[in-house]
Design a protein around this ligand. Structure first.
Ligand code: T46
Length: 140
């Protein structure tokens, strides 16, 4: 598995600004998140046996933060694969374009927040793994 040096698994650190009253995390586009944030969505209520994703994006950049609970993000860039546990509101997983992603093993309390650099565009999705490999091969 790659680490935070620029490989498949890249983290952004989101330190807590909390105090005795509780935790507070601030996210600023272009600072802690390395792109302009144009869209925010979150998912919750996915059972532990539910899997989501099963697609890549052509260009979309995102940061996924588990603000409560946990889940596994499975990444695959055609060369390497990694299973990443998302279980901290203090760091986000940076996912760039042309990375196949799947989400598994949602805890009952999981709230997965995603920051995206583009508005929703179904044309940016590649929802077939065979097509994902074809697009990758065409680029190389
Ligand atoms: C991703 C992973 C991590 C919208 O209308 N607008 C939106 O911004 C989004 C994200 C989704 N939708 C619609 C499209 C589908 O009808 O909501 C429905 C569920 O979306 P989808 O099946 O793509 O959800 P996931 O959990 O498989 O994937 C999502 C994101 O779509 C995707 O970009 O990287 O989370």
């Amino acid at each position: 598995m790659s680490d935070a040096t620029g490989g498949l698994v890249r983290w952004v650190e989101l330190p807590s600004l909390g105090d005795e009253r509780g935790e507070l995390v601030a996210i600023e586009a272009g600072k802690s998140v390395p792109f302009p944030i144009r869209r925010v969505y979150y998912m919750y209520g996915s059972g532990v046996s539910v899997s989501r994703g099963y697609h890549a994006h052509r260009a979309l950049q995102q940061v996924a933060i588990c603000v409560a609970g946990s889940c596994i993000m499975r990444l695959d860039d055609g060369r390497e694969k990694a299973d990443v546990i998302l279980d901290s509101p203090h760091r986000g997983l940076l996912i760039g374009g042309m990375v196949w992603r799947e989400m598994h093993e949602f805890s009952p309390d999981c709230v997965l927040l995603v920051l995206a650099d583009q508005h929703y565009d179904e044309l940016d999705y590649i929802r077939s793994y065979d097509e994902f490999l074809e697009v990758l091969n065409a680029k190389n």
